[in-house]
Design a protein around this ligand. Structure first.
Ligand SMILES: [Zn+2]
Length: 356
């Protein structure tokens, strides 16, 4: 399976310090929770966060991750750290650095950025990280955080860099009403290979693939994205809350049924299949489940807790399958060791958050 929108940097978020006050809006929640977390990341904590996320992905049968990364105080080399962690576990990753102008050049945080402001140094460095990682031959995209934290100059620069590399832009789009202007801001640049994440409040059609993240949208209370009412190809993502795509499929299904109880499991299965087509390497991988009809969507959506027995990932260089999970645990890496070291990295990360 493919997780079409992930944030591997959030795997160590569990157990993090509570926000300094209760968030009362979507931008408030970003500022008090997620932007505090990403600012505390170092290259080492990014590596362990990605490694834990990759571990949890492959244990649940997800072999391909489309990742969106941000770490404003550890930009250079961050995408390499993620790629290395995933490779060691045996998971494929197509990552990007999500550029943003929310960190002003004087280091202050701006929750909302004027479209007319100049591109910040942080955005330039993020763009350079995408460029460097792509030039090195890695599977990657160009990332934008979201229109409301980027200037027009930055959006244009991201679109131009992506076109140069013949890849799409991976961007959060109108996740909440605070980003409702995203459609108008992105329309001059969006293309068929762009990955448009959320689109809950998108007010127009934009070219690109829509990544639907039902669990995250419900958790943030931003509303239902109504993906069946869009003309775009739809894929499923976890938005950083794990990488168990069979679980995301079930949740996507019941949320869809709540909206339209004439829909069938084939609709959500189609979203999963679309993600595999978008990440063709996944089509050669094999997952063996401890449930005989796991690949039948009419079983899958109603069978909770199906467990993965074995995962074989296709190795392009030898054109053979390599077992990365057997008997429900990882083969290439020690599951317990990763969990232990990731827990240590998490404690240090949380301490930096407390001190910030
Ligand atoms: Zn996201």
């Amino acid at each position: 399976m493919v997780n079409a929108h992930h944030h591997l940097y959030s795997s160590l978020a569990r157990g993090m310090p509570a926000p300094l006050r209760r968030p009362n809006s979507f931008p408030d929640m970003l500022e008090l929770v997620w932007w505090r977390l990403d600012a505390a990341h170092t290259l080492e904590s990014i590596y362990w966060s990605a490694k834990l996320g990759a571990l949890e992905a492959v244990l649940s049968g997800t072999t391909c991750i489309i990742d969106h990364h941000e770490s404003p105080n550890a930009i250079e080399g961050s995408l390499d750290a993620i790629a290395r962690a995933c490779s060691e576990v045996g998971v494929r990753v197509r990552t990007c650095y999500g550029i943003t102008d929310r960190w002003a050049d004087d280091g202050s945080l701006q929750a909302k950025v004027s479209p007319l402001s100049a591109m910040t140094k942080g955005a330039t460095r993020g763009l350079e990280e995408c460029d460097r990682h792509l030039r090195a031959g890695n599977d990657a995209m160009v990332g934008l955080h979201a229109a409301f934290t980027c200037s027009d100059e930055t959006i244009r620069a991201a679109a131009e860099l992506a076109a140069t590399h013949n890849v799409g832009v991976h961007v959060h789009v109108a996740e909440a009403m605070d980003d409702v202007a995203a459609g108008a801001r992105l329309a001059p640049y969006a293309a068929a290979d762009w990955l448009l994440v959320h689109t809950v409040h998108l007010d127009r059609d934009l070219p690109g693939v829509i990544a639907h993240n039902p669990r995250s949208n419900m958790n943030n209370g931003v509303g239902y994205a109504k993906p069946t009412q869009r003309n775009n190809t739809v894929v499923l993502g976890s938005d950083g809350i794990g990488s168990d795509m069979m679980e995301e499929l079930r949740l996507a299904y019941v949320r869809l049924r709540e909206f339209d109880n004439s829909s069938s499991p084939n609709v959500v299965q189609g979203w999963m299949d679309n993600a595999r087509s978008m990440y063709p390497a996944s089509l050669s991988d094999r997952v063996t489940w401890r449930y005989p009809d796991a690949t039948n969507p009419w079983h899958a959506v109603f069978t909770t807790g199906m467990r993965v027995e074995r995962v074989d990932v296709h190795d392009e260089t030898t054109d053979s399958l390599r077992t990365v999970v057997d008997n429900g645990t990882t083969v290439l890496v020690d599951e317990d060791e990763i969990r232990h070291k990731a827990a240590t990295a998490a404690r240090q990360l949380h301490q930096r958050m407390e001190n910030s």
